[in-house]
Design a protein around this ligand. Sequence first.
Ligand code: APR
Ligand code: PHB
Length: 389
Amino acid sequence: MFVQVVIIGGGPSGLLLAAKLAARGIDVIVLEQRTRKYVLSRIRAGVLETGTVNQLVEIGAGKNLLQNGLKHNGVFIATDEDMFHIDFKESIDKQVTVYGQTEVTKDLYELLDRRNIPIIHEAKVEKILDHTSSRPTVVYENNGQTKSVQCEFVIGCDGFHGISNKIIKRNQENPYLIQLPYGWLGILSETPPVEDELIYSRSSMGFALASMRSKSLSRYYVQVPTGENVGNWSDARFWESFKLRIPKHVRSNLITGPSIEKSIAPLRSYVANTMQEGHLLLCGDAAHIVPPTGAKGLNLAASDVYYAHEALVSYFFNNQLDKINEYSNKALMRVWKSMRFSWWMTRMFHHDPNQNPFEEKIGESELNHLKDSKLMQSVFSDNYTGLPY
Ligand code: APR
Ligand code: PHB
């Protein structure tokens, strides 16, 4: 079998790229190791930058998003008993859209189905051969059989634990990885959100975030030490811990309820040395992981897809490799800027057991600066709502 582009991974980056390439008449196939049900059961962040929204709308996957996404003009920043608002709309005339990644993935699957773009589920890629040549081959396992497909380009959209980033020699020894000594315990509950917009809280008990999926579905998080077991967290324990990390006036508005999902995510920062080698390109989590503070994961996946699409279109229509060879530098430039912002936000909001008292004070002071300076709020807004492509 031969197709022009094989995409490994049916997460948001693989699906969006497949839809965009197919719209230009480029022949693609998506290989996803899990079932669709499994992929759609993963709960991830839910804040979309304008660039992400625009790409989804342009490709035809924006109907639900435009109907049900919540437009937010800002966020709240809290400390133990204090809270202030950062207004993106007022400071830089921009907004974000709150809409779950699970919904984005669902909308993309529906689009691919409508356009008959092939996705093979339970197809686990085992090998990528000859990716430095112009005719790589992807070998995968499906229904107990080993199958292969030859192509002109392989796109690794297979996440941090996938196979693609490990094939690239320059990524095998990588200095750009930080594991943080804490994770986020998150719950989803069928209760109205405690505020109209998100609240990020730096409290003396540790970080907390109040987020949402809709007017009747809330997503809340608390910081927990690395290695914490979700089984040790009853709903009652979660709510008690969450309440201690938000100001009193917010606490009095909080409506609690049973969790319908509860999980712990580790926090790490990772950036690949390169996002391209020969005819293999990486997009999304395969190339970088951000801590969830600032919700940049999906948005970075979307900007990678934008650059990868541009490079592949130039290759297939103009027979030029220049944009392919520029892809990594172009994508990484934006990745590092978002990485920096997520790292800065993470350090400012979390209680880090390894930090010395001096560093603690610096974190506190950064937050005070953000509170008191309209300039800082504009810089925050610029980063949070999404830097230009
Ligand atoms: N063969 C086929 N599929 C694979 C393989 C493999 N060897 N390895 C991994 N996959 C699949 C996974 O099952 C997963 O569905 O690749 C997909 C990768 O999807 P995501 O992890 O969602 O990554 P991505 O599409 O880049 O999305 C980035 O997702 O993880 C969040 O924070 C991240 O929001 C960001 C977004
Ligand atoms: C979420 O809603 O899950 C969410 C929102 C903002 C973040 C991280 C996660 O920064």
